[in-house]
Design a protein around this ligand. Structure first.
Ligand SMILES: C[S@@+](CC[C@H](N)C(=O)[O-])C[C@H]1O[C@@H](n2cnc3c(N)ncnc32)[C@H](O)[C@@H]1O
Length: 290
């Protein structure tokens, strides 16, 4: 039987992450985790997780950061991963079963905005790119605050503006070149770049009741798959190009042309060594429950 979240405030996002997007992330889990390993490592440096802590991973997806948090909290600690996507959470669960760690690991299909969390249970709310998809972000963070003990902390990473992130603008530009620009969405609409404006993030967290808010903007390398052709193909299936492509029904020739354009523009980041590096501009956000 399919597990359904008790209350879904973000039904459009639930549909999105339970269709092609969730499948693509699940099928490409190893590629995605490699791509995002740099931001993930930096997130953990900022989060400074201590042994014995209880961590709530928001939008944990296929579970990489849940497993890393489990290693950090050790046998006395625990990690709860929540997500809207059944496919992604199923994979997270099966990875956790094979993980050698001893921390208590739990997963729940849940909408972070509306889920009723055990009050004050967690020391840390953690997220790698999982908190920018809320219809009402202030309500979502106010709800998440209830899951934190007083003095507990929030630490997440999100994307800075599109113009500073070639991994976003190259595939998007390529799709637009062949399919035309999509209807302009409001800049803060739920989506990967919704938190690009740091003043907006601070406003949300303040409104939700967090204090000691800090935002550090840093450049961190993404590490896409070493095969450039595969990387371009992958950019057709996940991310901003895929969102534009999904609204058209492009011919195989058009898709190939978009892929070739992505490949040509990404090639500057491929210097023939094993590891391609694409600089990404990120915000690392921290705050506390008073
Ligand atoms: C960009 S993915 C990141 C996944 C994972 N954190 C990682 O770094 O691999 C965003 C994740 O947030 C989840 N998500 C989006 N809105 C959510 C919500 N309201 N409640 C819980 N999870 C949500 C999605 O299902 C998806 O797994």
């Amino acid at each position: 039987m399919t597990e359904t979240p008790k209350a879904v405030a973000n039904s459009a996002q639930s549909e999105y992450w339970n269709a092609k997007a969730g499948d693509a992330w699940t099928q490409n889990q190893a590629i995605m985790d490699h791509l995002l390993s740099g931001p993930g490592r930096r997130l953990f440096e900022h989060a400074a997780i201590k042994a014995g802590e209880r961590v709530l991973d928001i939008g944990c997806g296929t579970g990489a950061t849940v497993l890393a948090a489990a290693d950090a909290v050790g046998p006395e600690g625990g990690v709860l991963g929540i997500d809207l996507s059944h496919a992604m959470l199923d994979l997270a669960r099966s990875r956790a079963k094979q993980h050698a760690g001893t921390a208590e690991l739990m997963f729940e299909i849940a909408d972070a905005q509306s889920h009723q969390f055990a009050a004050g249970r967690h020391d840390l709310l953690l997220s790698r790119f999982g908190v920018m998809f809320f219809e009402d972000p202030t309500a979502a963070f106010a709800n998440l605050l209830t899951a934190l003990r007083p003095g507990g902390r929030l630490c997440f990473v999100c994307w800075a503006p599109m113009a500073e992130n070639p991994w976003f603008f190259i595939p998007r530009d390529a799709a637009i070149k062949f399919l035309g620009a999509p209807e302009a969405a409001p800049p803060r609409a739920p989506g990967p770049l919704a938190f690009a404006d740091t003043d907006y993030v601070t406003e949300i967290l303040t409104g939700a009741g967090f204090r000691d808010i800090s935002v550090l903007s840093e450049t961190v390398d993404l590490t896409p798959i070493s095969d450039l052709i595969e990387a371009a193909d992958y950019a057709l299936n996940i991310g901003p190009a895929s969102r534009i492509i999904a609204n058209h029904d492009p011919s195989p020739e058009t898709l190939a042309a978009i892929g070739a354009e992505i490949e040509s523009r990404l090639s500057v980041y491929y210097d023939g060594t094993d590891e391609a590096r694409v600089p990404s501009s990120l915000h690392f956000v921290q705050a506390r429950r008073p």
